[in-house]
Structures are given as C-alpha cells and as structure tokens.
Design a protein around this ligand. Sequence first.
Ligand code: FAD
Length: 458
Amino acid sequence: MKYYDVTIVGAGPGGIFSAYELNKLAPHLKIAIIESGNPLEKRKCPIDGEKITRCINCKTCSIMSGFGGAGAFSDGKYNITNDFGGTLYEHIGKQKALDLMNYVDSINMSFGGNYTKLYSTANSHLKTECIRHGLHLLDAKVRHLGTDINFQVLTNLYNYLSEKVDIYFNHEVKEVIKDNDEYELVCENESFHSKYCIISAGRSGSKWMEKVSNDLNIPTSSNRVDIGVRVELPSEIFSHITDELYEGKIVYRTAKYQDKVRTFCMNPKGLVVNENTNGIITVNGHSYEDPEKQTENTNFALLVSKHFTEPFKDSNGYGESIAKLSNMLGGGVIVQRFGDLLRGKRSTVDKIENSFINPTLKATPGDLSLVIPKRILDDIIEMIYALDKIAPGTANDETLLYGVEVKFYNMELKVDENLQTNHKNLFVIGDCSGVTHSLSHASASGVYVARYINENII
Ligand SMILES: Cc1cc2nc3c(=O)[nH]c(=O)nc-3n(C[C@H](O)[C@H](O)[C@H](O)COP(=O)(O)OP(=O)(O)OC[C@H]3O[C@@H](n4cnc5c(N)ncnc54)[C@H](O)[C@@H]3O)c2cc1C
C-alpha cells in the first residue's frame, strides 16, 4: 500500500489541473495521479489509414485515455462561457466559474499556448444575422489551441508536474474503498491510500463511475444523450463565421417538432475523425493550428438532445444502440451526401469519390436514414436549411454527413457546492461527475476542488 495526502484518479484536464493547483498552493502535500492509460509519448492510435483502417478496440484507447485524457488529441478549444460546456456554475456561481476558466486559460498560456488566438462573440454582427433567420448565436470567448499546440501545452505541463507529483500510468483503479473518511484505491497489483480523493475519470470512466457510485451509495441521475451527424463542407462556406469567431455555437428551434438543434465543435479547415467510446465507433472532428496540416474542409456537428422521463433511465444505452446500428451496417461510421439523403438513396463509393468534396475521414458510404430516428433526421435536415440562410452552400447536394455523432453524458452524481460527494473528502470532478462536458469546465472544476482542499486540510 502506498500512502498519500491526496490521490487523483485520471490524468485528464480535471486531474491535471487539480494536481497543478494543489501543488502550487501546498507544495508539501504528497499527491499521486493514478491513470489507466499511457504517458503522452506512448499514446498512439494504431489506425494508420493503410494496414489498419478501422478501430481494433485496444485494451486502453489511446485517443480517450492517458495523460491529457480525452482532450489530448482534440482541437483544444477552451470555451470560456457558462452558456455551454457544463453546469459548473450551478454549483459554484457564474462569476466564479468564469474566473476559474480564465485562470485555466492563463495557465495554458504560460505553458506554451501564448501565441494562440482568443476569439469572442462580443459585439459580433453575426448575432444579428443569425436572429434574422431564427438562429441564435451563443455568447463565448474561445481559445483555440489547435491539436498541435494543445499537445505541446500538455507536454510542458507533464514535464512540470512529473517532478512534483507521482504519476502512475497503466494503473486502472478497480475499486474505491472507504476507510474512516479516508480512501483506498485498489489497482491490479497495488493500492493507494489517501485522506483526500479526487475522482476525474472522464467519459471513458463512465461505466466504472457507475459501479463506484453503486458501491458507495452516491445518488445519481441520468436522462440525456445528444444524437446527430458531423457535417463536412468546403471551408469557404463558413469562413465568414469561423474567421471571426473560430467556432459559432448556433441553436435553432425546428418548426416541425419544436426541437432544439445546435452546432457543436466547429473545426475550420479540420479533419473528421473516429471516436471510440467503450468499443462503439462514433464520429468527431478536430483541426490544427499549423496551416500546413489544415485541410480544405470545415466540419461541425449538428446535435439534437434527447431527454428521457421515467421509467426510462438508460439515455446513454439509447445513444449506444443507435451508434451500434451504424457500426453494424457500415462497420463503423457511415457517410452520406446531403442530396442522397434527401432523395432517399444511399451514397456509394463511386458517388463519394466523384464528389467535389474530398472526405477527410474514410467512412463507409451508406444511408443514414436507416440508422438515425426520423424525428432527429428531420430536425437535422431543417437545421441544414436554416444554416443555409446564413452560410449559403450548407444545403448543397454534396455536403457530407457522417453518422453517428453521439455525445454521451455521464450520469450526474449528487455533489455539493464543493463538488464533494455524500462521503467526506471524496470529490468527483470533470466529465465523470456529469457536471462538466468540456475542457475548460473540467479543468476549472479541478482548480476549484484543489483550492477547497487546500483551505480545509487539517
Ligand atoms: C476527439 C475529442 C475532441 C474533443 N474536443 C474538445 C474541444 O475542442 N473542446 C472541449 O471543450 N472539449 C472537447 N472534448 C471533450 C473534452 O476532451 C472533455 O470534456 C475533457 O477531456 C474532460 O476532462 P476530464 O478530466 O473530466 O476527463 P478525461 O479527459 O476523459 O480524462 C479522464 C482520464 O481518466 C482515466 N480513467 C478513467 N477511468 C479510470 C480508472 N478506473 N482508473 C484510472 N484512470 C481512469 C482515463 O484514462 C482518462 O485519461 C473532446 C473530446 C474528444 C474525445
């Protein structure tokens, strides 16, 4: 058994920033981060596009796990806002949440992100343009690190932290045992004991988190999943928006069902990529800051939130079943041209190859109407026509739609205003708490808990 003052499960943004802040405020504390994945330099997805073209379900997914967590190869978009990315503000207040996100930004700047751009929707004329067409542009400041600079910032953070904190890689925590308000984390070959325990296991740790909350009787609730497609089109179509804002978070209420559809994770000149969540292949996207790595396309998701009511509780299971359908039909992600979808025809290899748009992800041409429920598909089609009014060309025949994009939400764990569970000194932060769904909110929650522990440690 190894003894520490504070143990942290997970080396994603939540874990990294809680360790960083705790060490800064209380350097005498013995801190350990226990992470199931690999160090950054060993995080390599085996898909090379030639010998291995599809996900082979590695034991730990290098995209989702390891130092940097799910965000390590992401676009590194730190959205500084309470309008989306989580509900941290409901626990700690809006101003405090924003202050913490700005603080995280300043740390990222000092670890190598200082030449990157901060975009803002404040005073943008695009807001007016959106409203004229029934679209709503959400307020945010966006720091775009880009996949390359994000990786550099993480490397610098690792070099800094690894001298001050013990980081255990390839250590999956199997069990959390409570022992008189102290905690034991049980891994395969060793255990870690600490007075304070912070769990930041992210989305990849969602199933495990469910087990921990059952074992320790932490109340939970769960009722939401977001389902949709990733749109890919020539970058010129959205350049008037992306040049000014980098990412436009735009929400639309459909006339047909009164459902809300939103744009999500916009990647100018970016790449569409596979995402593996618990063995299910869905789609995502990212882009590089380095112009040499940029493409001629922009991609973004269009998502519809499904909230379920009693008696149904397994919203993620619902999303998984839809994603599994696309995996069953296409062996992974399916791609379809917008025109083919409207005509009720599947896209074929020939049609995609003869398109004017070069797809950035090798996906299986098919028919998304066989996978996505009609209501959600109708919502997406209506949104594409609405976006076409502010970005003409969105509804072009050749616009590519990749499916399925699913945003799984962790069940929400009951935590108090200090993000402490019903067990003293046991904190749950980041995406595995259900409170955050983004880099900036997850990181901010880490700083917040670190400061609380520092003020209250005996
Ligand atoms: C491809 C992709 C692109 C994204 N792009 C963006 C973006 O541009 N902007 C944005 O705001 N958000 C983005 N996100 C979401 C963002 O990455 C997450 O919101 C954020 O990483 C959450 O941080 P976290 O620390 O809570 O969890 P994670 O980053 O998921 O980290 C959790 C860590 O815990 C480890 N772990 C899990 N279970 C255990 C266990 N039992 N024992 C030990 N370790 C465990 C995991 O291996 C993982 O490394 C993206 C996500 C993906 C997948």
